[in-house]
Each structure stands twice: as structure tokens, then as C-alpha cells.
Design a protein around this ligand. Structure first.
Ligand code: HXC
Length: 545
């Protein structure tokens, strides 16, 4: 025992120092318990059998552990529950002694900040969710919420473990319950890097942001075969529930990546804008970009015909610190653009009408997209910048019957409910109900600006003239009508469709010098920085809209 406890290196140097003859180095005996510990851990950490890992690689996919390595800072991951096994005695599951039960859970640092992470292992029972698997995720979520850190889930699973019956369904219940309970408390992010089928899709759908990888991720409630049997429609996996389908059509997916490494890079970028929880402010960052940098593009905008399309992303890039803009939901409802920027070092969420698509009009999908994002921002103490250039609501039977009234109301509700600082800048036009919806003064906008060229009115001048002067226009000679319309529209524009009328009533706080837009916005957010302390507003949760 004394031999084992003796440190051979320290012993040798002590002997040399004493001038004694040194003895040959003793071989250290590894205790049986340590050997066993190392063997068990090495086997558990290896994941599924080699042929399953080879199959995973053959599909161009990373293993569950490699994914964590891409996400976290090197050496920071601390695993919990590596040795947990299924308690299911049916179909010989328990006898397989699958360590970890097909999911790796633990805590790691993402860009230096702690996060709870789980990563499903498709090489073990297809990453299917049994009760132990679910218990591990649920416990992680409880711990992360208590520690007030985000939860990042990496999903690659065949869904409910068929062999475990209702126990596995109840396992999903445990997870969904916590997704909802911790919604708006800590940020929750889902990374889909394989199949995600059946009711399993609802856990990601309850989280704040969903990432998918092109050609690798699938999400659907019923797969192609069931669809064919039920409706006769023939559809492949990618068309039914691939990344672009969910990014552009259903709106389930917020970020699409070309590869897994690209996906984890994007996750890190997003996390860099978020606070750890609802009790914290989002992370500020020093910038060398001067607050009073002139934005010449804003002057140009004043010269542009109000009906000419342009991408509002350019305006956002020019306004933001270092021209950095992380767009969320890039491919969905492109008539409205949302995402994260920094202004004067502080994180700000942007909501902007985008005249490049549907003239920037509001519609069902655009309202849902913006409303949910606003509610996320409000939950996590992120101030809101609204850039307005909106001709109204998109007309049509499809919109009315699809419920533009119900969906549009969500946008009004989200803006009015939000208590974070809200600054609005009208770029060109803001007409009718859409003007009110886009964070107008009396919907709770804190500081409302406009550019000198902005038109703010019940409707556009041409439409207004057709209604107000229909008799006069009809009575005019055919060849004089267009000139009359233009004259009347100009008169209407000068009187009503300008920012000065609006500013005179207090509906706008300032009409600003266009090139100074950046410095005025930064100044406005500085004024409002003490408006609300993190965590002091009523907690609402981020219901999927
Ligand atoms: C148990 C499963 C499994 C599952 C896959 N496996 N899904 N084991 N329960 N749900 C196993 C397979 O038997 C196989 O085991 C291994 O995982 C790999 O699966 P493969 O089929 O060989 O892989 P692949 O060809 O890539 O196909 C992947 C797949 C397919 C598309 C996911 O396996 C599949 O269709 N699985 C069933 C999906 C499903 O219907 N799940 C239930 C959804 S309902 P071996 O031992 O052969 O390697 C649901 C309800 C949730 O989830 C409700 C929540 C409220």
C-alpha cells in the first residue's frame, strides 16, 4: 500500500537532492476500480456500435459527441448521466445496456457563456426517445432553468421509442411541458440534424429558434407513406419536411445551414446576441463604429419614388454597428424583415417592412413572424427598433379568409404588450391600419421619428384622390384626367401625406436629418435604457404564433 501511495517522480527527485543513489523508476499499478471506470466510460462515450457510426458517417453526418464539440468551447463540456440506462424490460431493451440511453446531456460554454446542451445519438436505437432518454433531457432543462442558462437541443431521432410504448409518449410530455414552462425564462434553441417525426416535432416548435441543415434535416407530423395512404399525394421527404420547406413555406425553421459546422457557427452567432435568461440584459459589445457615423444612404432614400422597391436589409446594414445584421427567418414572409443588430454596442431587435417583397405590405405570415419575434425580444429585455415603409395590408380573398384579421391582431397585441424600449423610424410611407400597427406612438412607441420625405396618411395620395374627388375626375375631359389626378394627389400629399402634419399632433416626436439617423437612434435608445429593469415585467412566455 505504501508503494502505491508513493509518488515515484517526487521520490526520485527527493533522493537525488539528498545525494543518494537513485533507484529504478517504479511502475505505477492502475487499480482495478480505475481500470473498470475507464473501460466503462470509454465504451459509453464511443456511442453506438462501429457499423452504426459508419452508417452515420456515410450519410455525411457528425456523431452526437462531435456535434457538441463543434458547439462548445474546447474542454468545457461536463456530461451528466452518461451511465443511465433504460428501465424498459420489453423487447430486450434493458439487456442491451445502452449507456446514456441514446442522448448525451450536460453543460458547456458557448463563446464563454454556459448553456445546457443535449445531443441525441442516432447510432443508439436510432436516437429514439425512451423514458430514461426523456428523463435526462427533462432534468437538464430543470437544471438549466434553475441555473438561468439557455438550453440548446441537438435532435437526430426516430421519435418515440416504439418498444417502450406509452412510456415514451409520456417522456415527450415531460419535455413539452418544460419547453412551455421555461419559455420566456431562458432562451431555448433546437438544432435539427436528422429526422424529427411525429409528435416529436412539437418540442422544437415550442422553442424560440429552430435550425435545420440542407439535405439532412426533416420535420413532419406524418411521413410521405402515411400522406400517400391518407390523401393519395406523392411527396418525398425533402419536399414534405426538408429545411427549405420549413424555412420558406411553413415558417417552422428560422435558420438554414449548408452543413453541420456552418449550422453550429450560426447557433453561436445567435447566442452571442442573447441574454442568458429573462433576468439579464443582452450582452453589450464594444465597437469602434462611431455613434455619429453619417448614413448617406438615408438621404438617397428621400429621393426615391415611394412606389419603387428596395431591400430594407441595406438600410439595416448601414444603420447597425460594424454593418452586422443577423437576420432571423430570412426565407419566410420576406415582406417583413426581422433580426438582431447592435447600436452603440447594445443589442437591438429590428422589425422592418421590406418594399422588395409585396411592396412591404403586411399579411398573415408577416404578422405572425413579426409578432412572435417581438414577444421573444420583450421576454429577453431586448429593445425594439421598427423601420416603417408600409403601404397597408395585402388585399385579397385568400388573406381575408385565411384570417388576416386574427393574425394581424397578433402584431398589434405584441407591440402594445411589449414594455422594452421601442423606437420607430418611418422611412417612406405609413398608411392606414398598417401605420398604427407598426409601433406607432399611440400603440406604445416610446420615441417615434420619421425622415422628411415620409408620407403618413390614412391612405396613399392616389387612392385618396380617387375617393375624395371621384366626381370631379369623372366630369373632367378624358385627356385632362391624369393631370388632374396628379395635381390633386400633390395637393393631398402636401397637406396630409407628409410628416409635418403628424409631428404637429405629437404622433411623431421628431422629423430627423436623414444622414443622422444612426446617431439619433442610438441617442433614443440611450434615453430609454432605464425604462425597464430586466425581469421586472410580467412574464408572458413565447407562445408559437
Ligand atoms: C425504436 C427506432 C425508431 C423508433 C428508428 N429506430 N426509429 N427504434 N423506435 N421510433 C431504429 C431502427 O429500428 C434501427 O434499429 C435504427 O433505429 C436506425 O433506423 P433505420 O431505419 O435503419 O435508419 P434510417 O433508414 O436512416 O431511417 C430513419 C427513420 C426510420 C426515417 C427515422 O427509422 C423511421 O421511419 N423510424 C420510425 C419513425 C417513426 O415513425 N417514429 C415514431 C414517430 S411517432 P436497428 O437496430 O435496426 O439498427 C412519435 C410520437 C411522438 O414520435 C408523440 C409525442 C407526443
Amino acid at each position: 500500500m505504501a508503494d502505491l501511495m508513493e509518488d515515484p517522480i517526487a521520490g526520485a527527485s527527493a533522493a537525488q537532492a539528498a545525494g543518494k543513489k537513485s533507484h529504478p523508476k517504479k511502475v505505477r499499478v492502475v487499480p482495478e476500480s480505475l481500470k473498470k471506470f475507464r473501460e466503462i466510460h470509454a465504451a459509453a462515450e464511443a456511442g453506438g456500435p462501429p457499423e452504426k457510426i459508419a452508417a452515420q458517417k456515410a450519410k455525411g453526418k457528425l456523431t452526437a459527441r462531435e456535434r457538441i464539440a463543434y458547439l462548445v468551447d474546447e474542454g468545457s463540456f461536463q456530461e451528466l448521466g452518461l451511465l443511465m440506462e433504460s428501465r424498459c424490460t420489453d423487447f430486450g431493451i434493458k439487456d442491451k445496456h445502452i449507456k446514456g440511453d441514446g442522448v448525451i446531456v450536460g453543460f458547456g460554454r458557448v463563446n464563454g457563456r454556459l448553456a445546457g446542451i443535449f445531443s441525441e445519438d442516432f447510432t443508439q436505437l436510432g436516437g429514439s426517445l425512451g423514458r430514461t432518454h426523456a428523463d435526462k433531457i427533462a432534468k437538464l432543462m430543470d437544471m438549466a432553468a434553475q441555473a438561468r442558462v439557455p438550453v440548446i437541443g441537438i435532435l437526430d431521432s426516430g421519435g418515440a421509442r416504439i418498444q417502450e410504448g406509452v412510456d415514451s409518449l409520456d417522456g415527450y410530455g415531460e419535455v413539452f411541458y418544460r419547453n412551455t414552462k421555461y419559455s420566456g425564462v431562458v432562451p431555448q434553441i433546437s438544432v435539427i440534424v436528422g429526422p424529427c417525426a411525429g409528435g416529436a416535432v412539437y418540442s422544437p416548435a415550442l422553442t424560440d429558434f429552430v435550425f435545420m441543415v440542407k439535405g439532412m434535416s426533416n420535420m413532419f407530423v406524418t411521413g410521405p407513406e402515411v400522406v400517400k395512404a391518407a390523401t393519395g399525394e406523392e411527396v418525398d421527404f425533402e419536399t414534405l419536411g426538408g429545411s427549405m420547406t420549413h424555412a420558406s413555406k411553413s415558417g417552422v425553421c428560422h435558420f438554414v445551414a449548408n452543413s453541420e459546422p456552418d449550422c453550429f457557427r450560426q447557433v453561436k452567432e445567435l447566442v452571442g446576441f442573447l441574454p442568458q435568461n429573462r433576468y439579464e440584459a443582452p450582452p453589450a459589445q464594444d465597437t469602434k463604429d462611431p455613434a455619429d457615423r453619417k448614413v448617406a444612404l438615408m438621404e438617397k432614400l428621400c429621393e426615391v419614388d415611394p412606389r419603387k422597391p428596395y431591400r430594407v436589409n441595406h438600410i439595416i446594414w448601414w444603420l447597425s454597428d460594424d454593418h452586422k445584421f443577423l437576420e432571423v427567418h430570412h426565407d419566410f414572409a420576406k415582406n417583413i424583415v426581422v433580426g438582431f443588430i447592435r447600436l452603440g454596442g447594445q443589442v437591438v431587435g429590428v422589425i422592418a417592412n421590406n418594399p422588395a417583397h409585396m411592396a412591404g405590405a403586411l399579411d398573415i405570415n408577416g404578422s405572425d413572424k413579426a409578432a412572435r419575434f417581438i414577444r421573444f425580444l420583450n421576454n429577453f429585455n431586448i429593445p425594439i427598433l421598427t423601420l416603417v415603409d408600409v403601404p397597408g395590408y395585402w388585399p385579397g380573398v385568400a388573406q381575408e379568409h385565411g384570417g388576416i384579421i386574427r393574425h394581424g391582431a397578433k402584431l398589434l397585441y405584441a407591440y402594445a404588450e411589449a414594455t422594452v424600449p421601442k423606437v420607430t423610424l418611418v422611412l417612406r410611407k405609413a398608411y392606414g391600419g398598417a401605420y398604427i400597427a407598426m409601433s406607432s406612438k399611440f400603440m406604445g412607441g416610446d420615441i417615434n421619428f420619421s425622415l422628411p420625405s415620409a408620407e403618413i396618411a390614412v391612405m396613399g395620395p392616389r387612392g385618396a384622390v380617387e375617393i375624395l374627388y371621384s366626381k370631379q375626375i369623372k366630369e373632367a375631359k378624358e385627356e385632362d384626367r391624369e393631370a388632374l389626378r396628379a395635381k390633386l394627389a400633390k395637393e393631398y400629399s402636401d397637406k396630409f401625406a407628409s410628416p409635418y402634419q403628424t409631428a404637429s399632433t405629437g404622433s411623431l416626436d421628431e422629423v430627423i436629418e436623414p444622414a443622422q439617423a444612426r446617431s439619433r437612434l442610438i441617442g433614443a435608445f440611450r434615453i430609454l435604457s432605464g425604462k425597464r429593469r430586466p425581469g421586472e415585467h410580467t412574464h408572458t412566455g413565447n407562445i408559437p404564433l
